[in-house]
Design a protein around this ligand. Structure first.
Ligand code: GLY
Ligand code: MN
Ligand code: MN
Length: 464
């Protein structure tokens, strides 16, 4: 690792250590390997917390950080026979110079070393409810410490959730992270362009276009540019499939005259991108498609304008809902006589018929990244309300205040299922436009606009 990169990870560990307190100790495992079928495993993806603190991508590894700022790594030992089958291992001897940790041991020594590391500590921290079986292992190590109490050993008396510390740290992306996220978004933007152009080109050539053809274009572009894998399962939804929110790229034909919704983003060096574009399969919007598209775009413009430091996380969503709901009333997706004024339609959540998801989520190492959506300084300010649709009582707490370095998606959508109350020309249209925004000092930076969103620009790039 470059010295500058080493120091980034070292600084993160030091920030964690400072928050553990003198008698604190933190235990962070990476992700487990998972069987896919006999003798074959899912492609390994490290645990985000672990990688955030180490930059180390091998499986079967653990970090232990103590309040005095000392870090120990446990990792796979060098083993020529295993390395012939599975690839080169860093090994404990090389780990300190390569990763900047203070000490490293074979993971085979974990159960022997952990009780020693826990002895005489006051508080043990680990990510709660994240790693199956971790609590049981910690119990085992604490029991081993207790067995030595008669020899004068002190056993930690408190356990804390390490996520509380790490989630707050990961919520604000440093320059290094922002740079990776810009590059990830740029690769994904190129992939969306490639898929749009292939759709139009195949239809022009009279070929049978399927959702998987466009999925293949996305994957090609991701890997061509060094992305390790998609950050989530790509959605490539032809026509009415776009109204299924968690649709996957499948086999449906992509037909001339229909829209295609693609929600896809690559992961690059541990960071996700998350982009959605909706475009006409043949490269030309119909009047009805364009009318709905322009509405979603206007609602996204409003959300982008509301994404700035000092605003609340929910402000972009509220801005979106206002524009979308007014548009639904104007275009006849909601009946003015039945649903009343804009305020009524928002208050009673009538817009939910066509817009049933939130406008944003945090984005980072995880697609739906960690970080509380509640403002930590106001967490005690609870107000109760009855949800107009479910009738349930909901406790609202003040939404998070945005700060520079937070990264969120802005992804309004509109989904129209067939209904006699709705003009037929809108039936089965599903549109979502999703961009990735870094909150900056003056507003936000859209890092995913390497692929255009304006209808004229989309049509122009699809003309060939
Ligand atoms: N692609 C996942 C999401 O948009 O939230
Ligand atoms: Mn998203
Ligand atoms: Mn998405």
């Amino acid at each position: 690792m470059e010295p500058m990169t080493l120091s980034i990870y070292a600084q993160r560990r030091a920030r964690v250590a400072a928050q553990l307190g003198q008698g604190g100790i933190a235990i962070i495992p990476t992700a487990p390997e998972r069987a896919r079928n006999r003798d074959s495993e899912f492609l390994f993806r490290f645990d985000s917390y672990f990688h955030y603190l180490s930059g180390f991508g091998e499986p079967n590894a653990w970090l232990v950080i103590t309040g005095d700022g000392h870090t120990t790594l446990f990792c796979n030992p060098k083993d020529l026979e295993r390395e012939i089958w599975d690839g080169v291992r860093l090994g404990p001897d090389a780990a300190p110079s390569h990763l900047g940790v203070d000490a490293a041991f074979s993971v085979a020594e974990l159960d022997q070393q952990l009780p020693q590391l826990l002895e005489n500590k006051a508080t043990v921290w680990y990510p709660f409810a994240t790693h199956k079986g971790l609590e049981t292992r910690v119990d085992g190590w604490l029991n081993a410490v207790r067995a030595r109490v008669r020899f004068g050993a002190l056993c930690p008396q408190a356990q804390h959730d390490l996520c509380a510390i790490l989630d707050e740290m990961r919520l604000i992306k440093d320059d290094f992270e922002q740079d990776v996220m810009r590059r990830a978004a740029q690769i994904s933007a190129g992939a969306h362009i490639r898929a749009m152009q292939r759709s139009a080109a195949m239809l022009r050539a009279g070929q049978d276009v399927r959702e998987y053809h466009l999925d293949a274009e996305l994957l090609h572009e991701f890997r061509q540019h060094g992305s390790q894998y998609p950050a989530y399962s790509s959605i490539v939804a032809a026509g009415a499939n776009a109204c299924v929110l968690h649709y996957r790229a499948d086999t449906a034909p992509i037909r001339d005259g229909e829209l295609v919704l693609i929600d896809a983003g690559c992961e690059l060096d541990g960071y996700a991108s998350d982009i959605t574009r909706t475009f006409p399969a043949n490269g030309r919007f119909t009047g009805a498609q364009r009318a709905l598209y322009e509405l979603v775009l206007a609602s996204q413009d409003a959300a982008i304008a509301a994404t700035k430091p000092g605003a609340r996380f929910t402000d972009p969503h509220e801005a979106t809902v206002k524009v979308l709901t007014q548009g639904m009333l104007d275009l006849g997706l909601l009946d003015k006589d039945q649903h009343g004024t804009l305020d009524d339609a928002i208050h009673h959540r009538h817009y939910f018929a066509h817009y049933m998801h939130r406008t944003s989520h945090w984005l980072g190492m995880d697609v739906h990244d960690c970080g509380s959506y509640v403002e930590p300084t106001e967490v005690g300010q609870v107000s109760e309300r009855r949800d107009p649709l479910s009738g349930e009582t909901i406790k609202d707490r003040p939404s998070r205040i945005l700060h520079p370095g937070m990264v969120l998606t802005i992804e309004p959508g509109l989904y129209v299922r067939p209904s006699d109350r709705i003009p037929r020309e809108f039936w089965n249209i599903g549109i979502r436009i999703e961009d990735d925004a870094i909150v900056t000092a003056g507003g936000c930076e859209l890092i995913s606009r390497g692929v255009p969103v304006r209808p004229d620009e989309i049509e122009a790039l699809m003309r060939g």
